[in-house]
Design a protein around this ligand. Structure first.
Ligand SMILES: Cc1ncc(COP(=O)(O)O)c(C=O)c1O
Length: 381
């Protein structure tokens, strides 16, 4: 397939997914790709679309990359910053064993593996909607019966409804906490009891890509359920608060036997093909950098509050967010999109069910000031 055909194919499959009421993953269909390519790397472009950390990566990451780049000619194995060391550190921090950890290129890769593992024999997979639905989109391509369950009127994942959809064919139920694009989170004890109960009937996966933006986030994770022996998978990423999106590293936590099976099935356990040496070293340094996490979290809270303030002034509806983005009603997505692109603000939104809602990543103070400056006084708002 040449590039044009591949792009067309991608557009078609995203369009097909949209009509099936699954949630397109991001802003692909909302952006004029030529414009994007032309402006992407220019400093005038404001990337408020992918929920990246505009502060990152941390200085410590920059330093470690300078230290390890000289041995990029080597596979990363047997060095102090190798995949084994990263798994050990993650396991220690989570109160689990290295055997509970599966590394991937971003969390996207473990999500795709999970879709393949649980969805290639026509099984039923239950997913919230809207969500960042890698699993639903991919599993459907493999022939799985994907059942999306709409969020409730508070934009929270509808756990009762999701549970009611479980059948003898269900192989997997996925959750995202906090959820993308709504930014809502489920109260921890409620989510824990749900996962404990439901994981007796089917495997439960919780995507925790944005959990670090919540206060006392460790107490809110579902990872401890794995130590309890529950049939639960948890994915995390270094792409969001850690500011390493371009380095492509993430991981999945789960029961030892399932992690071993998936690691063997999808990676052959070949250590040389673990995420690359720069990303592994950066991930290790990031996990030890509590100060950077704290600064990023506090900065996000400050920007989020300023954003709410501006939305209140304009009288626009929004959902209070636990993550580094806000989902809000722009009333006329087409006009909003035109305004944003004209001003080189890259955006996301206009998705099925809430076609006039947009999702905005919390960029810098300057980005947010600029965005509202452009929105003020617009008749369609
Ligand atoms: C909820 C959620 N999960 C997973 C991902 C995948 O991110 P990555 O592959 O960079 O880890 C994203 C990306 O935006 C996301 O929003």
């Amino acid at each position: 397939m040449d590039t044009t055909n591949r792009r067309q194919w991608l557009k078609n499959s995203l369009a097909a997914s949209a009509t099936l009421s699954l949630f397109p993953l991001n802003a692909f269909s909302e952006i004029n790709e030529d414009y994007y390519r032309e402006h992407n790397n220019k400093s005038t472009v404001r990337r408020l679309l992918y929920n990246e950390n505009h502060l990152g990566p941390s200085k410590n990451v920059e330093n470690i990359i300078k230290q390890v780049i000289f041995r990029s000619n080597r596979y990363s194995t047997f060095y102090e910053y190798d995949a084994k060391a990263l798994k050990q550190l993650i396991a220690k921090q989570e109160g689990l064993k290295p055997e509970n950890v599966l590394l991937g290129h971003g969390s996207f890769e473990p999500l795709i593996w999970t879709a393949t593992h649980f969805g290639s024999k026509g099984e039923q997979i239950i997913v919230p909607s809207p969500t960042f639905d890698v699993i639903g989109l991919f599993a459907r391509k493999l022939g799985a019966n994907v059942t999306p369950v709409e969020v409730d009127s508070d934009f929270r994942m509808n756990l009762t409804e999701m549970e009611s959809k479980i059948s003898s064919k269900t192989s997997l139920l996925t959750l995202c906490n906090p959820n993308n694009p709504t930014g809502t989170a489920i109260e921890t004890e409620r989510l824990k009891s749900f996962c404990r109960l439901v994981s007796d009937k089917t495997t439960v996966l919780v995507d925790e890509a944005y959990i670090h933006f919540m206060d006392s986030w460790r107490n809110k994770s579902m990872a401890p359920l794995i130590a309890e022996g529950k049939n639960v998978l948890v994915t995390r990423t270094f792409s969001k608060i850690y500011g390493l999106a371009g380095l492509r590293i993430g991981f999945m936590l789960g029961p030892e036997s399932l992690i071993a099976e998936m690691e063997d099935k999808f990676t052959l356990g070949f250590p040389g093909n673990m995420p690359n040496s720069l990303s592994v070293a950066s991930a290790i340094i990031s996990l030890k950098d509590d100060a950077f996490l704290e600064t990023s979290k506090n900065n996000n809270i400050k920007i989020r509050n300023a954003f709410y303030n501006e939305l209140d002034k304009l009288g626009l509806n929004y959902i209070r967010s636990e993550a580094n983005f806000i989902y809000f009603d722009v009333k006329n997505f087409k006009a909003y999109k035109e305004l944003m692109l004209k001003n080189k603000i890259l955006l996301a939104g206009g998705w099925p069910t809430k076609s006039n809602w947009a999702r905005v990543t919390m960029g810098s103070e300057d980005d947010i000031g600029f965005l509202f400056d452009k929105m003020k006084g617009k008749k369609w708002l």
